[in-house]
Every structure is written in C-alpha cells, then in structure tokens.
Design a protein around this ligand. Structure first.
Ligand SMILES: O=C(O)COP(=O)(O)O
Length: 215
C-alpha cells in the first residue's frame, strides 16, 4: 500500500504566528525590534537553526550568538507551539479520509518534540504511523533521508509527499517520490516554478486528488 507523507508547517498547520512570537521573544532578549509575520513566514522551511540564523541576519545581530539564540528561541517555542497556530480548513477531514486506506506519515523540518506536541494538540497523533522531525536524523530536508526514513518506518514500498515549499519539492524529487503541492502555504516561488505531480489550493480537494489513481 502506498503511504502518504505530509510536511507540517505551511501544509497542515499555519504555524507562522507562533514561530514569529518565539522569534520576537528571542530577539527582544538581544535588544532587537520585532519582525513582521511576513518576514518570519519567509524564513520558515529549513528548520529552526536556519530560521534563527535568518532572524539574526535580518536584525544585524552578530551570528556568533547563534547557538545561544537557537536555545532561547526553542525555550519560547517548545512550551507553547500551538497558542496561535491553526489547522488549515479541511485538513483534519482530508487526513481522516486518507487514513482509511493509506498509512500516513509526517516529515517536517520542525524538531520532533514540538511536531509531536502539535499533532497531539490537534488530536491527530493516532493518524500518523511515523513522525520524522528536523532533528530526528543527522540530516534534514532537502536531504531525502528523512522522507525515505518516514516511508520505511511505515513499511511502504512507495509514497507520495504532500508539502507547500521549494524545500519539500526538492526533497520529494531527491527521494524519487511524486509531490503534491499545497499552493496556499509558505512557498516563495510561483507554482509554475515548483516541480510537482499535482497541486491543490484547498484541503477538501486532496483526497480526490490522491485517491483518483487508486480507484
Ligand atoms: O522549518 C521548519 O522548522 C519547519 O518547516 P516544515 O514543517 O515546512 O518542514
């Protein structure tokens, strides 16, 4: 049975407001002014260390404080990753429908602990047979290893990856998996500039999009 593996941020949840809150709390500790939601949204997708690096650069803070800044960011984010975060409309139903016929996995660059906390918060943890975070392996997306690890953990020979970003598309390509692109997430490139198998603008369309091949 083919597995369906999902990205998290910008694909199932709009987490940018909580990531922004943690980033701004961290920046305030360095005496720097806050970033806008659009700025922080543009920094998401390559994991926490990269997000923090981009925040520091945007505020002209010495990169030498990076390790300390990552720890400060995580201290803020990991206690309350779901305070301002919402599931995209239709995401829950789409997951429930797909889980009836396919093993589901999660492959995100968010660290595994807050990723699992978010799944539990939204009552989705039992739908996922595998969860791979940005710190689960020594490498993260766009390296294909985390995506392949999620597929293998599900015991599936093949899988589809569902994501929203350039990084997700690159990862799927490197893992030789078909990529379904959610066009309403955090991508910075036009849809035509992101390699994809199928694209969807609303989650209600996702089960039909994926299951039509299985019919
Ligand atoms: O960059 C992150 O921390 C998470 O991003 P992702 O869920 O889209 O992989």
């Amino acid at each position: 049975m083919n597995a369906i593996i999902f990205d998290l941020d910008g694909t199932l949840i709009d987490s940018a407001p909580d990531l922004r809150a943690a980033a701004n709390a961290m920046l305030a500790e360095f005496g720097a002014p806050p970033l806008t939601l659009d700025e922080v949204r543009g920094f998401i997708g390559n994991g926490v260390p990269k997000l923090v690096e981009r925040c520091l650069a945007a505020r002209g803070i010495d990169p030498a404080v990076h390790l300390d800044a990552v720890a400060r960011f995580s201290a803020h984010y990991d206690v309350a990753p779901a305070a301002l975060t919402v599931l995209y409309p239709g995401a829950r139903t789409a997951l429930q429908v797909l889980a009836r016929s396919h093993p589901l996995g999660l492959c995100t660059n968010k660290p595994e602990a807050p990723a699992r906390k978010l799944l539990t918060h939204f009552g989705l943890e039992t739908l996922f047979g595998a969860v791979i975070g940005g710190d689960s392996l020594p490498v993260r997306k766009p390296d294909p290893a985390p995506l392949i690890a999620a597929r293998d953990a599900l015991g599936a020979a093949a899988a589809v990856y569902v994501g929203d970003s350039e990084v997700d598309a690159e990862t799927a390509q490197a893992a030789a998996m078909p990529f379904a692109l959610f066009t309403g997430g955090y991508r910075k490139t036009p849809v035509s500039g992101i390699a994809h198998w199928r694209a969807f603008a609303a989650h209600d369309a996702l089960p039909g999009l994926i299951l039509r091949d299985a019919a």
